[in-house]
Design a protein around this ligand. Structure first.
Ligand code: ADP
Length: 290
């Protein structure tokens, strides 16, 4: 199966799932066609009958959270880091982007948090073309994407609390709201009670957890992470990946770049495979389930 077919299959299976759950009302239908009650579900065409409530899928069509449309990125100096990359991500998904060093993983993430612009094609988040944003809209868009880095980038002279509170302070959230949200964020990552510690007093895994709490505290719809387990031993790496995997059920879509194919396969989530800047494969989670 090619990339396009896989992407289509994966998005149509999402739609099938929604349609399967909501398309046909379970109630019996007494439409004029039949002189006796007939379950609508027996006759697919009867979803259009006068008695049927509008389906949930029709009332709230699933909005694509992120879409790359034929995106290429050529850096100054002529190197093409991404070539004609297309894929889309639905809200609530967790997926990986993997590939060799230099395959284009970080470049793909940089285009999402507006550290770079595509040379060709479009990157859309919630149907907004990111290349068209200017001024204050750029800053607002950046706040809609939480970012976790390999080296966590915590401020060493600030406490855990101050580090995690930072995005809320920048967003102008009232002080009284900040404290409960920071505490909730730290609870989420298993660090309740460590508010007053400085980053150097924490283990590497705990520092990475603080980085994740900081990235999710403002509840962005999308979290991206660039090699978040690159500095961790295998056991800690699995713990951190499990933490990422718990986030979609709390409303955050998660995209993680990792070159560690063994770890990625173990997580059994959708995987985008980059090779020299090209999207070689888009493997649905179901293919990694066994
Ligand atoms: P990965 O994250 O998969 O290791 P990158 O996205 O960092 O890959 O890099 C993809 C390619 O783009 C590499 O060949 C890299 O050398 C090149 N590259 C990355 N950043 C820059 C830059 N700022 N300027 C020029 N070339 C770059």
């Amino acid at each position: 199966m090619g990339n396009g077919e896989r992407a289509a299959a994966s998005s149509s299976s999402v739609q099938r799932g929604i349609a399967g759950s909501f398309a046909f009302p379970p109630a019996a239908c007494t439409a004029a066609l039949f002189p006796f009650p007939v379950p609508c579900s027996l006759f697919p065409a009867m979803q259009y009958c006068a008695h049927a409530e509008p389906t949930r899928a029709a009332r709230h069509p699933p909005m694509t959270l992120l879409r790359f449309d034929a995106v290429s990125k050529r850096y100054q100096g002529g190197h093409e880091a991404l070539t004609d990359v297309s894929f889309s991500v639905q809200p609530g998904e967790m997926l990986f982007v993997t590939g060799h060093s230099g395959a284009g993983k970080s470049t793909l993430l940089r285009l999402i948090h507006l550290a770079e612009q595509p040379s060709r094609g479009t990157v859309l988040m919630e149907d907004r073309n990111l290349s068209r944003l200017t001024g204050r809209k750029v800053a607002l868009q950046r706040r809609r994407v939480g970012v976790v880095f390999q080296d966590h980038r915590l401020l060493s002279d600030r406490t855990v609390y101050e580090n995690v509170a930072m995005p809320l302070v920048i967003a102008g959230v009232p002080r009284a709201e900040i404290e409960p949200r920071v505490r909730k964020g730290l609870e989420k990552v298993g660090l309740a009670g460590r508010e007053r510690a400085k980053p150097r007093e924490l283990s590497t895994g705990e520092q990475q957890r603080v980085g994740i709490a900081r990235a999710v505290v403002a509840e962005p719809p999308l979290l991206i992470a660039d090699e978040p387990t690159g500095n961790l031993d295998p056991t800690l790496a699995v713990e951190i990946m499990d933490l990422f995997a718990s986030l979609p059920s709390r409303g955050t879509t998660v995209l993680v770049a990792s070159h560690d194919l063994g770890l990625v396969k173990r997580m059994r989530k959708r995987v985008l495979v980059l090779d020299h800047g090209k999207l070689l494969d888009d493997i649905p989670a179901t293919e990694l389930a066994s």
